[in-house]
Design a protein around this ligand. Structure first.
Ligand code: PFF
Ligand code: NA
Length: 446
């Protein structure tokens, strides 16, 4: 007998949950610094094109696969292509979800720790904040404690269920996140000298555009939208048949893009106004910004708000990562939800201990020069996500068929429909484009 499957209680519930999954470290930290490095507005234009022609079709495809099959990613591929090896694509998704969760929680733990540091007050000067972050990262007890704390919260939300857990949490946290972000923006753009930072983000510097810019824009477009690893398939599986998939997709993508741009407006004006460098990578958020907060008026409060909002963004993404794996064990192995959430979350915690210790006890372990956290990130983001996205697109175009996809996606939409142009995109342009990006990305690391 089929178990009654939970459904989002409203269309807004789904939109907020999917937006919560999408809006994460990718928006608040990654987008601003990549955009800055890759020519500001020039990058933005290419990124928007990638979002429209790769992100949008893939988002519609993943939601449709989920809703059609009402299954976790592995079960979904099994249902649409029985007795074929296509379920492996879902398997890669579930595995990627597990691995990303294990180190996403480590970074989120740093963010939780910095909420506390912001209350104590950040030290002045980049050397001091560099030492603060370095000291935290290379510790053992503290980073493990915050990693555990974050994972416990994620497990708690997922244990409570789709509606009582995920939907309730995102309905509270997403509006709070937007308000906090806007408060930080207001402080940032009103600092004397802020306009330079705004120009940095919006001035189209086409001379900075290279092959690498295109690769970064494509990579960013589906990492930021949580595509290529089944999170959106899973959330789509809880979507009611009444909802309009193409317009929901546009709303989620629009919100994610807007929050990425607003994050840039929160960060760069302050960084420039206080004379810091914008190209610190991972250090932008954990080293440069604390130094900025230490020196600006009301910086203590702004720093506190910033790390609260970063932690919220990470939480609403992490719950979607755990839900992918949990839905598999609930659907296919009949595990009770609570047991699945706790055991998988704890397992991810242990797998995440390696990247934590990669900065201390295990700091001699390097893969291609990368520490353990960067190695996890490389395998998940540069190999598994792109592979998952390319194969999902190819599957939808060639195996499930564009016709079935369009039927499911357009079921409830008379006016806002996805057109037949998605056919060639799913069959050829997206898979080939992603594979090129992936290979180029791998070559770059080697
Ligand atoms: N979209 C998230 C971000 O921008 O930080 C990252 C992410 C979350 C990727 C969930 C994949 C995923 F399934
Ligand atoms: Na994102």
């Amino acid at each position: 007998m089929l178990k009654e499957r939970e459904q989002w209680k409203s269309r807004l519930g789904f939109i907020l949950a999917a937006t919560g999954s999408a809006v994460g470290l990718g928006n608040v930290w990654r987008f601003p610094f990549v955009a800055g490095e890759q020519g500001g507005a020039a990058f933005l234009v290419i990124y928007l094109i990638a979002v429209a022609f790769i992100g949008y079709p893939l988002m519609v495809t993943e939601i449709s696969i989920g809703r059609k099959t009402q299954r976790n990613p592995i079960g979904a591929f099994k249902a649409l292509a029985p007795n074929t090896p296509w379920w492996i694509v879902g398997g890669v998704s579930v595995l990627a979800g597990f691995i990303i969760l294990s180190y996403y929680s480590v970074i989120a733990g740093w963010s939780l720790a910095f909420i506390i540091e912001s209350i104590a007050g950040f030290p002045e000067g980049i050397e001091a904040t560099d030492q603060l972050f370095g000291g935290h990262k290379t510790g053992i007890a503290k980073p493990i404690f915050y990693h555990a704390l974050f994972m416990v919260i994620v497990i708690g939300v997922i244990s409570a269920g789709v509606v009582k857990g995920i939907q309730r949490v995102v309905q509270w946290l997403m509006p709070i996140l937007v308000v906090l972000l806007l408060m930080v923006v207001v402080r940032s753009v009103t600092l004397p000298g802020a306009s330079e930072g705004i120009a940095f983000l919006f001035r189209p510097d086409f001379s900075a555009v290279s092959w690498d810019t295109i690769l970064s824009a494509v990579g960013q477009s589906f990492f930021t939208l949580s595509l290529g690893m089944g999170a959106i398939i899973t959330y789509g599986s809880y979507l009611s048949a009444k909802e309009n998939i193409p317009s929901s997709s546009v709303q989620v993508i629009g919100a994610d893009t807007l929050i990425a741009i607003i994050s840039g407006l929160a960060i760069f004006p302050a960084v420039f106004a206080l004379g810091f460098a914008p190209d610190e990578g991972a250090g932008l958020v954990f080293v440069t910004l604390p130094a900025v907060f230490a020196e600006m008026p009301f910086g203590g409060g702004v720093g506190f708000l910033f790390f609260v909002l970063l932690s919220i963004a990470a939480l609403t993404s992490a719950i979607s990562l755990l839900e992918v794996v949990v839905s598999y064990f609930v659907d296919e192995k009949d595990w009770p939800r609570k047991k699945a959430a706790a055991s998988i979350g704890i397992a991810a915690f242990f797998v995440g201990l390696l990247p934590v210790l990669g900065y201390s006890a295990l700091d001699h372990i390097k893969f291609l020069g990368m520490d353990i956290l960067d190695t996890y990130d490389f395998f998940a983001d540069s190999i598994m996500l792109p592979l998952g996205g390319a194969l999902t697109a190819a599957f939808a175009g060639h195996v499930w068929s564009t016709k079935s996809l369009m039927e499911e996606a357009n079921k409830e939409s008379k006016s806002f429909r996805i057109g037949s142009w998605v056919g060639p995109f799913l069959k050829y342009i997206i898979p080939i484009g992603i594979i090129i990006v992936m290979i180029a990305g791998i070559i770059e690391v080697l």
